[in-house]
Every structure is written in structure tokens, then in C-alpha cells.
Ligand binder design. Structure first.
Ligand code: GTP
Ligand code: MG
Length: 153
């Protein structure tokens, strides 16, 4: 099965959107594997967004993320990386369909509430960056037999 890194950014935490965001992923049928609230260090934020280092908004992005708190999570399930990106919506909330998290809760691209890994390789990289392996919980959600026709794992 697949895992992805999801983070509720400081705007989402301050606006009280942790519960509603988690509810959407649970409602879809995905399972939480790890969860913590933290104020990310500059090193962590810069390496998380290292591919954007040359962008003009990089400094603002890093100071925003490090202002915290961030709710960092790992979610698991079939096609979870791509499906979470769909549930989140486009980078710019103004172009997101209603029903997506950014479409329903955001306006500005620099305050777009939530992050989700964009590929298998970035999911692996980001999970390792944000979590120690002991923080990932292996468990067998009993709802799996009702969410999946054939239970994998
Ligand atoms: P993440 O899930 O946060 O990685 O967003 P994304 O994958 O939809 O977009 P991307 O990785 O390209 O950019 C990372 C973050 O940088 C975005 O979520 C935005 O908050 C911010 N960002 C991207 N493009 C712009 C921009 O043109 N202006 C500003 N101010 N912020 C941007
Ligand atoms: Mg991204």
C-alpha cells in the first residue's frame, strides 16, 4: 500500500481546520499512520521546500511555515498520494473546485492551508524528513474490509 506526507500549515491550524481536514481524509477511507504538532525548524522547512529555493516567494514561504504550528501527518491507503492531492485541490485556491479543501477554505496561494506530497519519491523523502521511523504506527484498520473489496497489506 501507499503512504503520503500531509501537513496542515500554520494558517490551517490557526483557523481551526485540523479536525475538518482530518475528517475529510478519514471519510474517504484513508488511515492515519503518524501525527504530531510542531513548530518546524528553519532547516526542516528549507529542506522540505528545497526544490523552490530559487523562487522569489521562498523566504516568505519558509518564514510562514516556521511560524507554526504545523500538524504533520502520514496517511496510508490505495493511491493515497494522488487522491489526497485531488482532495486538496490546485496550488492556487482561486482555481480550485468547490469541494476541495483549498477550494472550500482558502483564497490566497500563500495561505493555502495544507500540503500533500506530489509523488512517490517526494512522499518517501518527506516522511523521512518529518518523522522518525518509530513514530510511524503499523496497525490494521478494521474498516479496511468495508473500504476495500480485497484487503491488501
Ligand atoms: P504544497 O503542497 O505546499 O507543496 O503545494 P503545491 O504542491 O500545490 O505547490 P508547490 O509545491 O509548487 O509550492 C509549494 C507552496 O509554495 C505552495 O503551496 C504555496 O503556498 C507556495 N507557492 C507556490 N507558488 C507560489 C507563488 O507563485 N506565490 C506565492 N506567494 N506562494 C507560492
Ligand atoms: Mg508541492
Amino acid at each position: 500500500t501507499e503512504r503520503t506526507f500531509v501537513a496542515i500549515k500554520p494558517d490551517g491550524v490557526h483557523r481551526g481546520l485540523i479536525g475538518r481536514t482530518i475528517a475529510r481524509l478519514e471519510d474517504k477511507g484513508y488511515s492515519l499512520v503518524a501525527l504530531k504538532l510542531l513548530k518546524p525548524s528553519r532547516t526542516l522547512a528549507e529542506s522540505h521546500y528545497e526544490s523552490l529555493r530559487s523562487k522569489p516567494f521562498f523566504g516568505d514561504l519558509v518564514s510562514f511555515i516556521t511560524s507554526g504550528p504545523v500538524c504533520a501527518m502520514v496517511w496510508e491507503g490505495k493511491d493515497v498520494i494522488g487522491q489526497v492531492r485531488k482532495l486538496i485541490g490546485n496550488t492556487d485556491p482561486l482555481t480550485c473546485a468547490p469541494g476541495t479543501i483549498r477550494g472550500d477554505f482558502g483564497i490566497d496561494i500563500g495561505r493555502n492551508i495544507i500540503h500533500g506530497s506530489d509523488s512517490i519519491s517526494s512522499a518517501e523523502r518527506e516522511i523521512q524528513l518529518w518523522f522518525h521511523s518509530e513514530e510511524l504506527v503499523d496497525w490494521n484498520p478494521s474498516l479496511h474490509e468495508w473500504v476495500y473489496e480485497k484487503v491488501f497489506n
